[in-house]
Design a protein around this ligand. Structure first.
Ligand SMILES: Nc1ncnc2c1ncn2[C@@H]1O[C@H](COP(=O)(O)OP(=O)(O)OP(=O)(O)O)[C@@H](O)[C@H]1O
Ligand SMILES: [Mg+2]
Length: 226
């Protein structure tokens, strides 16, 4: 729409989007954000259904709960498979979404990098830019499964750009990893270990997924049948 401004005014002849276009754009942006925030996918993981009495989980639970109430700085959850890292990181994001009115993004690092690689084009103004920007600047970002990504130089660089931006801007971020910190890109590891910003907790808990696991059949894969 053209503004109705008198000749000589700075707004004379200026074009602006009409309200319905602005609303449309806002709706689309909200929809995109909601879709790639992944918050629907992780919405069922909360603090209420996390059992912090399990050995090796209480410190992480306390820290995560405090972080959810006041997302500030970085929280790094380190531990073996199935100890509850993703559950707690999701609980932080859900809690912040519901009580702090934040708009968290939950990203599994290898998936995020695959997506960025697939959508990247040098002259792109597409979903690559949108998602890269949203992830770098999110109110609260969860980067799940750090260190399991396929580390091509390109992917390493993209990940570093995200991490470094959030480091420079001191943006609330939760990381989970089940790899030895020594295996991470040194630049990322160095920032994760900066105690001025980051709180790191090791979860020395057994694999929750295996708690009821029973292997059926005879041992050593030998069959009793003749
Ligand atoms: N202390 C706990 N109380 C209740 N549920 C738990 C607990 N720990 C883990 N779980 C459940 O066990 C499953 C595995 O947990 P989760 O995915 O958080 O593990 P993880 O540490 O992220 O493992 P991985 O390194 O394999 O990704 C999930 O269904 C989660 O809800
Ligand atoms: Mg996990």
């Amino acid at each position: 729409m053209r503004l109705d401004a008198p000749v000589g005014s700075p707004n004379f002849s200026r074009l602006i989007p009409c309200v319905c276009k602005v609303v449309d754009h806002w709706d689309n942006t909200q929809r995109d954000l909601r879709e790639f925030s992944n918050m629907d996918v992780v919405s069922s993981w909360t603090f209420d259904d996390f059992d912090a009495n399990i050995k090796g989980t209480s410190d992480a639970y306390e820290l995560a709960h405090r972080f959810g109430q006041n997302p500030n700085g970085w929280l790094v959850l380190v531990g073996p498979f199935g100890c509850g890292k993703t559950h707690l990181a999701s609980a932080v994001a859900n809690y912040a979404l519901q009580t702090q009115h934040m708009r968290p993004i939950f990203a599994v690092v290898p998936d995020l990098l695959d997506y960025l690689r697939a959508t990247f084009a040098p002259d792109s103004t597409s979903s690559y830019d949108k998602r890269f920007h949203a992830v770098r600047t999110a109110d609260l970002l969860v980067l799940d499964d750090l260190g399991t990504e396929n580390t091509t130089p390109w992917a390493r660089e993209k990940l570093f750009q995200i991490v470094n931006h959030r480091y420079m801007e001191r943006l609330p971020t939760v990381f989970t990893t089940n790899v030895d910190l020594d295996k991470l890109d040194g630049r990322v590891r160095s920032r994760l270990c900066d105690t001025q910003l980051s709180e790191l907790v090791y979860m020395d808990a057994d694999d929750y997924r295996m708690r009821n696991a029973r292997v059926r059949g005879p041992k050593n894969g030998r069959s009793n049948r003749r």
